[in-house]
Design a protein around this ligand. Sequence first.
Ligand code: ATP
Length: 513
Amino acid sequence: MSKEATQNTFQEIISHCKEYGFIFPSSEIYDGLGAVYDYGPYGIELKNNIQQYWWKAMVQLNENIVGIDAAIFMHPKTWKASGHVDAFNDPLIDNKDSKKRYRADVLIEDAMAKIEEKIDKEVDKAQKKFGESFNKEMFLQTNPNVLRNKEKLNTIETRFKKALEENDLADLKQIIVDLEIACPISGSRNWTDVRQFNLMFATEVGSVADEASTIYLRPETAQGIFVNFLNVLNTSRQRIPFGIAQVGKAFRNEIVARQFIFRTREFEQMEMQFFVRPGSEMEWYNKWKEARWKWHRSLGFAEESLKFYDHLKLAHYANAAVDIQFNFPFGFKEIEGIHSRTDFDLKNHQELSGKKLQYFDPELNQSYIPYVVETSIGLNRTFLAVLCNGFKNEKLEDGSERTVLALPPFLAPVQIAVFPLVKKDGLPEKAREIFDILKWDYKVFYEEKDSIGKRYRRQDALGTPFCITVDHDTLTDNQVTIRDRDTMKQERISIERLKEVVNEKVDWKKGLR
Ligand code: ATP
């Protein structure tokens, strides 16, 4: 698909979210608040289902992982110890003509992605030209255009990495100048210098505003886990290696919040900190990389829609870090980070709090501060990825079109819709009876208005895997018609068999076994 077509699809997905009650702009009656969104009746169901699926995969299926729910407000020293007060910055740059603000690193990354696109296009072109006999590996190693772009990419990458590591803001600007990056709004290259900007939101507790009462909205949920390390260790009977998981809101004063719910200033993270023996962290890092990849695949994401991306610049706490990226309509972007955080956080909390945050390892007969491997995934970004992956406009055999959300059935906001064929002759009563049987196990939707065809389309657009229709025969043979969202095939089955058929499809366990 061309870039323009994918952009159009993205706009359609955003409109679809509003039209079908997944996501609304915040405080819309006041014209909304930039980059803030509310989840509607179907959005909250889908979001909850993703969250629960993550929780099941991480906590329920791993006897050595337990959960907590820490408060958003934390002691201000937490953020001193974690390094966020001093180092949680993004480099910003303004375009003097449009007065628009950008993240300098993102401008450079986007420019690099464009060069990669050029290479991909070159490959596509050659593939079309040579057909079956095309040797991609050989082409990538020999084509002069590809080689020139690869070389260019390598040079930028090395320089970019160095500038980030050395916090060389002047060179970051120079890279933007040298790459001739223009502001997408004004089209000009009239840039300010690059400055650092701290992403934490500060606020005051109580009625007196002084230095000591300044607290921050947490920029990550992880610190709630670190400061509870001893509490959990002492109460959960866990022994190293073990993990603590948490889902909750995080806040970052992003320089540019955009791309719908991809980057917002208030968002939710699902994080797990895995505490390990020092020296074993790389082994666990690799294990978690693999486990998390499998989880993403179980959401129905194709192998080629996902990518590992090693960090160019490691965060202040990490000795290894990789992102799992998803191919959004606006390109491959991070949905999850897997970080080896060393003993950075616990060590600093120990120092600043004066409390010993150590573990006595009976096998080694020694105490140490554990090392940590973290998996950190954005709930909202996963939601967006699931939507983008499932959204389809299909042309049907009869020439008509339908919009369908091919969501994994275990995540669907509604799992079964129950329809009486007509609004009379006792059919609504029978359909309600079935609704009442099913509602104990599934999220069920009842509807009797409009033609069956229209009702099917509405459920397709919501991603409902099954529609059940009650007709006159049902009253005598106790059978209903069950329609499958993806194949649109209709089958007649007895009411007793409904749960069996539905269970087979909405089972969340299959992808994780
Ligand atoms: P980015 O490079 O996109 O700013 P990050 O590397 O700062 O992200 P992490 O600190 O690794 O992100 O956070 C873990 C996860 O939290 C990310 O993979 C992402 O899914 C989610 N996340 C981070 N920032 C935001 C945001 N502003 N809006 C929505 N989700 C976010």
